[in-house]
Design a protein around this ligand. Structure first.
Ligand code: NCD
Length: 326
């Protein structure tokens, strides 16, 4: 059994799979393109293993903690399922503000410091941007950022990269439209940077109130990523390989009236898809509200349920690489 490596260890022991041992995942910039490629390849192996009904026991005796201060369905449950599919155990706080000592006023660093004595890695979701980094500074074990407010959501971006590669065969040279709430949506903040590093072209489709933060656009431009910004989804539809649609992030608006003005600003339906490229795929990190017509669910290019299923093998690969199992 590979020894569990905590961040305190001066030189983390690295097996060929445990190359992420002792490292946090706060943003995808924490990993190189080559490391991400290896993870995606490993995820393919896990997808095959799952399809054949096989199980792994590579993380037996390891424990994953999930600490969620915001609602979650896919992210938390796919992490927990991934850990159990690898033979490991899970301890879980699903609604931290109500069910943990957060309700008594405990600080995030204190909570994380304590939990890091009970688990080998912690998956954290928190409403504040920067919370994952703050937690990582207090934790004895790796922190995986499962969404820090309007900041980042790196494991969703891994799932998204995997899905595009699986559906389209490659990433470089693809034209990907990111549609909807690019201001508050953390999934697109992580995905935009990742697509740029994998040499895709970006089309940013949002109303002015919800446009992609300037610092993200500038960083992408400085890195040489081709970017086109527009508000017009109908103009974009026939030009792109991927339509990545997002929910307007209601919980981030100070004034509900502002949300109501923007709700429904884009809707992808059969009519729009008929106007798009024949091979276009539709993605969404989910949950959807009214941005994708359920009538599209039966369409071949509707990739969003396959995308959410991919959360399992991708998170299995991440955990195996972090916790050193095979
Ligand atoms: C996203 C999130 O939490 O940022 N959900 C997810 O993890 N798939 C997207 C969203 O809530 O709109």
């Amino acid at each position: 059994m590979t020894e569990i490596v905590h961040k305190e260890a001066a030189v983390p022991v690295k097996s060929h799979l445990g190359e992420f041992s002792g490292r946090d995942l706060i943003t995808l910039e924490d990993y190189t393109v080559e490391e991400i490629e290896r993870l995606l390849t490993m995820a393919e192996g896990y997808a095959e293993m799952l399809a054949q009904g096989e199980r792994s026991s590579s993380l037996t005796h390891r424990i994953l903690a999930t600490l969620f201060h915001e609602p979650s369905t896919r992210t938390r449950l796919s992490f927990e399922s991934a850990m159990q599919r690898l033979g490991g155990g899970v301890i879980s706080v699903a609604n931290a503000p109500a069910s943990s000592s957060v309700a008594k006023g405990e600080s995030l660093p204190d909570t994380v410091r304590i939990i890091s004595n009970y688990a080998d890695a912690i998956v954290l979701r928190h409403p504040e941007k920067g919370a994952a980094k703050q937690a990582a500074d207090a934790s004895l074990v790796p922190i995986i950022n499962a969404g820090d407010g309007t900041g980042h959501h790196p494991t969703q971006a891994l799932v998204d990269l995997y899905t595009i590669k699986e559906e389209k065969g490659h990433l470089a040279g693809l034209k990907v439209a990111l549609v909807g709430d690019l201001r508050y949506g953390r999934t697109v903040h992580s995905l935009a940077g990742a697509l740029g590093r994998f040499r895709a072209e970006l089309v940013l489709v949002a109303p002015p109130e919800l446009s992609m933060p300037g610092e993200i656009v500038s960083a992408l431009r400085a890195a040489g990523t081709p970017i086109w910004e527009t508000q017009d989804l109908w103009e974009v539809a026939p030009e792109v390989d991927v339509l990545y649609v997002t929910r307007i992030q209601r919980e981030r608006f100070a004034d509900p009236w502002d949300y109501e003005q923007l709700r429904g600003c884009y809707r992808v339906d059969l009519e729009l898809v008929a106007h798009a490229r024949r091979e276009v795929i539709i993605m969404h990190p989910l949950p959807r509200v009214d941005e994708i017509d359920p009538q599209l669910d039966g369409y071949d290019g509707a990739a969003y349920f396959r995308q959410s299923a991919n959360g399992l093998p991708v998170r299995m690969a991440l955990l195996a690489m972090m916790l050193g199992g095979q």
